[in-house]
Design a protein around this ligand. Structure first.
Ligand SMILES: Cc1cc2nc3c(=O)[nH]c(=O)nc-3n(C[C@H](O)[C@H](O)[C@H](O)COP(=O)(O)O)c2cc1C
Length: 158
């Protein structure tokens, strides 16, 4: 296989960019990720991929829940606040306001909308764990255009 072609072609997949939250023991954590997609209408299922060994992946595995916060186009500061590992920077929320609702996963007050899931399948293959979550609650804070990975100039894929 042509490695460069593989990289370029895989980077041709269009993505949004989300803050994905979960529980971490009695606390919460979140990371910014783009590997998110809906996989079923009924039941409503969503797949995310979380890097193996991260606090977030372990938190999702242990708690069986996660939230997906849909950022608004332009909310780069919010996206960037959750890229760094909690093991390096400690609690990432700082003055980012959040609340919890059904699963205990963090819901960002400034996100456009959100949904939260209970994990129904987990595929531990490769360097990321794929979690399939059933959407158990959702909400909309306001309307707007969702953030895209493309607008940040960043890549995660290839
Ligand atoms: C543009 C971009 C997209 C990312 N997408 C994902 C993703 O979909 N899944 C993932 O596990 N990590 C993704 N990451 C990496 C996580 O944000 C990073 O591993 C984070 O530090 C994990 O946080 P934690 O250690 O507190 O769990 C992405 C990073 C960047 C820069």
């Amino acid at each position: 296989m042509d490695e460069q072609a593989k990289k370029t072609a895989l980077r041709g997949i269009s993505y949004g960019l989300y803050v994905i939250g979960t529980k971490l023991g009695e606390d919460v954590n979140a990371f910014t990720g783009n590997w998110v997609t809906q996989t079923s209408f009924s039941p409503p299922l969503v797949a995310i991929a979380a890097k193996k060994g991260t606090a977030s992946s372990d938190g999702i595995h242990d708690s069986g829940v996660f939230s997906v916060n849909v950022l608004e186009s332009g909310q780069k500061d919010l996206a960037f606040a959750f890229f760094k590992p909690i093991s390096r920077v400690g609690n990432k929320f700082g003055d980012v306001e959040f609340y919890t609702q059904t699963t205990g996963s963090p819901i960002l007050k400034d996100a456009l909308s959100w949904f939260e899931c209970k994990v129904v399948h987990e595929y531990d293959q490769g360097d990321h764990v794929v979690y399939i979550g059933e959407v158990v609650d959702a909400g909309v804070h306001r309307s707007g255009s969702p953030m895209t990975l493309q607008e940040t100039g960043l890549f995660y894929g290839g």
